[in-house]
Design a protein around this ligand. Structure first.
Ligand SMILES: NC(=O)c1ccc[n+]([C@@H]2O[C@H](COP(=O)([O-])OP(=O)(O)OC[C@H]3O[C@@H](n4cnc5c(N)ncnc54)[C@H](OP(=O)(O)O)[C@@H]3O)[C@@H](O)[C@H]2O)c1
Length: 375
């Protein structure tokens, strides 16, 4: 089966050179097929591919893809950086509702530099920095050739790791704060998974709008240090789940108003805690399920508090004709980064160390900052 799929990948990209990911990026064999002497071709690309779905650390490998033709509306981009997000992992596992057909190159967002252009491309020049916006599949490779409409030019003075990560998580934080409860200055929100990149963004974007945040983290090694970091970002209150094993969590609110809106990316007990903090008629928005545990809602939450449960999925939001709006918000978020108002923890990792970064992103080495591949 694997050899059939490898043949498919060869058919898509010409001949392949297979790398041993645990050793180096140097190809063991090199058998490029020259397609058309007159066509403008990209450089060959080193890529993280998976031929079938499964555990990401066993189904992904680094291979070399041959040059591809740059058609007249195409832009060839030399990738600079791309993150490993939980949804990238879920796509490789085959559990994400929308995913590329295998064999596929991993990754969904990132930043690159324009390398070369098709003859009909306008508004971009070699050296410009661009991001795929809305994001698109296959960012874990050194060169990408895609239609000019895919690329959004950004300020080259942006720190590379922020440009690479600005779409999936910061945009989710911004949309969720704006789309569900008509929050205004003086209001508050409650969230679990507060150490996640989305969580860190929620704290800061809320703070910038005068909205206070109650934050829940899981109990784990280093949780005191994590709590201090979140407070430095502007979190009003941070609790571990075990601290909230009390009769009435609202005793912890002190002078913070009861939140009308809560965010859940964990599930299980952490979701129940978000519900406990919500005020009468409040809404909990679920956008992730890191613990893989279901959400349990007490009967009284519905009858006596009339709570609402909603969901948010950025990919669906972007599909609904939001490309232009998406780009305006990206520019807004990058503006916050430039002003020092939006910051989050990341670790830049050389592409050669992809599998170490993947192990960290999979949680195999304990809690880690967001892993961002540097090509
Ligand atoms: N619906 C959407 O459109 C959308 C968009 C963006 C992101 N998301 C989702 O949002 C969530 C966070 O994404 P991210 O990229 O911001 O995360 P991230 O920066 O990669 O951080 C992972 C987070 O998950 C926590 N975590 C990991 N394993 C856990 C477990 N078993 N139980 C409880 N918590 C666990 C980590 O806590 P520690 O710090 O304690 O390790 C950390 O807070 C993910 O579920 C992602 O899929 C959804």
């Amino acid at each position: 089966m694997a050899s059939v799929r490898l043949a498919t990948l060869k058919a898509l990209h010409g001949s392949l050179s297979i790398f041993n990911p645990s050793q180096s990026l140097m190809p063991r064999t090199q058998t490029y097929t020259v397609r058309a002497l007159s066509a403008t071709m990209s450089p060959p690309s080193s890529a993280v591919v998976y031929e079938h779905h499964g555990p990401p650390d066993s189904v992904t490998r680094l291979i070399e893809l041959p040059p591809v033709e740059i058609k007249q509306n195409d832009v060839c981009v030399k990738m600079l950086a791309a993150p490993i997000n939980p949804s990238d992992i879920n796509r490789i596992e085959g559990v994400y509702p929308v995913r590329p057909q295998v064999p596929a190159v991993g990754g969904y967002e990132g930043v690159g530099e324009v390398h070369s252009l098709g003859s009909a491309v306008r508004g971009l020049s070699p050296g410009d920095w661009v991001i795929p916006s809305p994001p698109s599949f296959g960012t874990w490779q050194t060169y990408i050739v895609k239609d000019q409409s895919v690329w959004h030019k950004i300020d080259k003075n942006t720190p590379m790791e922020y440009a690479a990560t600005v779409t999936v998580n910061p945009l989710t934080a911004l949309r969720m704060l704006e789309d569900f409860a008509g929050l205004k200055s003086g209001d508050s929100i409650v969230q679990n998974g507060a150490t996640s990149m989305v969580g860190q963004c929620i704290i800061q974007i809320a703070r910038a709008q005068g909205i206070r945040s109650i934050n829940i983290t899981r109990d784990r090694a280093g949780s005191d240090e994590a709590k201090e970091k979140l407070k430095k970002l502007g979190a009003d209150e941070v609790f571990t789940e075990s601290q909230l094993e009390v009769k009435n969590v609202k005793d912890f609110l002190a002078n913070i108003p009861e939140p009308a809106l809560g965010f859940n990316c964990v599930g299980g007990n952490a979701a129940s805690l978000v519900l406990k903090f919500l005020r009468q008629g409040g809404t909990m928005v679920t956008y992730g399920g890191m613990s893989k545990k279901p959400i349990t809602v007490s009967t009284s939450s519905f009858i006596f508090k009339d709570l609402s449960l909603r969901g948010f999925w950025l990919q669906k939001w972007m599909n609904s004709d939001k490309a232009e709006e998406c780009r305006r918000m990206i520019d807004y978020l990058l503006g916050l980064v430039h002003e020092g108002k939006l910051t989050y923890e990341m670790e830049l990792v050389p592409f050669n160390d992809f599998h170490t970064a993947l192990d960290k992103a999979l949680g195999k080495l304990g809690s880690q900052p967001k892993q961002v591949i540097k090509f």
